[in-house]
Design a binder for this molecule. Structure first.
Ligand code: GDP
Ligand code: GDP
Length: 436
């Protein structure tokens, strides 16, 4: 049985900051560096060998500070019902508010262990002021913490895990590649999924404005496990073309967000269009592995050179985002569809590739010596060494004397050399430069 810990409380108390800290510290730190704020509501955490799922209700409580609307309340209550333990977060910086009291009233109706967590308590003054929250009459104690610095979170977790009945389960999807199938309407996503999974899926929803969650389907082929993520079968009934495009885009982004690798499907007859470029750009930005699948190849009049030519043109247009494999396929004629899946697996491997520090430095120092970073206003720029970070997509930190003078073209140079030496096909590479 899974242990579920939900974090509830009014907006801006620091729920997502704690969430990020609980799910995976490294990832949270990385995201800060790149200025990315993640929009995820579920994650997996571990404390003293106890595993748990964390729900951040922050994403649900949007909008106004003083309205605790019905729909929002429903979402939060759903999370509470699911939970083994609830962390009720308040803010020592702003002090007790009316909305805190409303949350307390909701929580009182459930027979769940509630921990009253007084956040932002990194100063002595705020630490002491946490006592004012006793007025809420919730929980047995107050846990002053700082989500930002991590202060007090260990003591809190020590108590939280005592409420778990089991040690829990590790991230159930850990290590299993999650592959999303995305693309514009009518490129053949549903047909592709039907062939892969052998079932007909066509769920029509009438709910206006819904962006239903992507469907995760465990799938086995070539003795390997995947999780296929798609939104293909979900169609919103609408006669308006723009509307369909819009919802399709939102759904694609959602599926992409939850994946490790995305198969971006294009229509061979139409070629690479603006919206496809946008989708590819989004996948690159989100640090996802990418496979380009050019579907409906059966409809294209071709000779032996057509595929090579088309591929070359596409990759030229995509530069510098041209590191992905391109496969010409036909779902209708079942041509190369399993090759697409094999490529997706390869990209997953490439994306998870780890290069040892010694090998990395050996290879890259030689390239740097061959073509050193250009001097800036007479300042000599020296890259001293580099490391790979233990992140889900290849990320490297270069330590140097003047990181801010390393310009875009030189970064490209380093990335290209890295791609020559190590197989990162389909995987976006991130480079950071730090002073040393
Ligand atoms: P949420 O709306 O409850 O999810 O809150 P966020 O996690 O987005 O945090 C709201 C603001 O409070 C952000 O500006 C955070 O940087 C800040 N914050 C979060 N935790 C702490 C903390 O422990 N100390 C301080 N000083 N600020 C914090
Ligand atoms: P989705 O909107 O991306 O899910 O696209 P569908 O799977 O519904 O496919 C849209 C249309 O394209 C359907 O009429 C399919 O039969 C057709 N289609 C899908 N794949 C192929 C293909 O490889 N070749 C041809 N000729 N048609 C295809």
């Amino acid at each position: 049985m899974a242990n579920i810990v939900s974090i509830v409380g009014r907006p801006n108390v620091g729920k997502s900051t704690l969430f990020n800290r609980l799910i995976e510290q490294r990832k949270a730190i990385m995201d800060n560096q790149s200025g990315v704020t993640r929009d995820r509501h579920y994650g997996y955490g571990e404390w003293t060998n106890h595993y748990f799922t964390v729900i951040d209700t922050g994403g649900y409580v949007v909008g106004s500070e003083d309205i605790f609307e019905g729909a929002i309340r429903d979402q939060v209550e759903l999370a509470i019902e699911e939970s083994t333990v609830v962390l009720f977060m308040v803010d020592t910086m702003s002090g007790l508010t009316e909305l805190d009291k409303e949350f307390a009233n909701v929580l009182r109706r459930y027979n769940k262990p509630v921990f009253l967590v007084a956040n932002k308590a990194e100063t002595t003054e705020r630490y002491q002021s946490a006592a004012e929250f006793y007025e809420l009459g919730i929980g047995d104690a107050i846990y002053p913490i700082s989500s930002q610095t991590g202060f007090g979170t260990g003591d809190l977790l020590d108590e939280v895990v005592k409420h778990f009945e089991t040690v829990g389960i590790e991230n159930p999807e850990e290590g299993i590649p999650r592959i999303a199938i995305v693309g514009r309407p009518n490129v053949g996503k549903s047909s592709f999924l039907n062939v892969l999974t052998g079932t007909e899926r066509s769920i029509v929803t009438n709910i206006a404005g819904t962006t239903r969650d992507a469907i995760h389907t465990p799938y086995k082929a070539f003795g390997k496990e995947y999780i296929l993520i798609d939104t293909a079968g979900i169609r919103r009934k609408s006669r308006v073309k723009e509307d369909i495009e819009f919802y399709s885009t939102i759904r694609s982004v959602k599926a992409m967000e939850e994946s490790d690798v995305c198969i971006i499907m294009l229509d061979a007859e139409k070629g690479l269009e603006g919206q496809d470029m946008t989708l590819i750009g989004q996948a690159d930005k989100a640090k996802k592995g990418i496979v380009l699948m050019i579907n409906k190849w059966d409809l294209v009049e071709k000779d032996s050179k057509t595929a090579d030519q088309m591929k070359k043109e596409m990759l030229e247009r995509l530069a510098p985002m041209n590191y992905m494999p391109v496969i010409f396929a036909s779902v209708l004629e079942k041509q190369r569809i399993f090759q697409v899946m094999e490529k997706a697996m390869e990209v997953y491997e490439n994306k998870s590739r780890r290069i040892t520090t010694s090998r990395l430095n050996e290879v890259m120092q030689e390239e740097i010596t061959k073509y050193p970073p250009p001097a800036h206003r007479g300042k000599h720029i020296k890259i001293k060494y580099m490391i790979q970070l233990p992140t889900p997509s290849p990320t490297f930190v270069f330590f140097c004397n003047h990181p801010k003078y390393i310009k875009e073209p030189y970064m490209r140079y380093l990335e290209n050399r890295m791609r020559e030496h190590f197989d990162f096909t389909g995987a976006p590479i991130t480079l950071f430069f730090r002073e040393k």
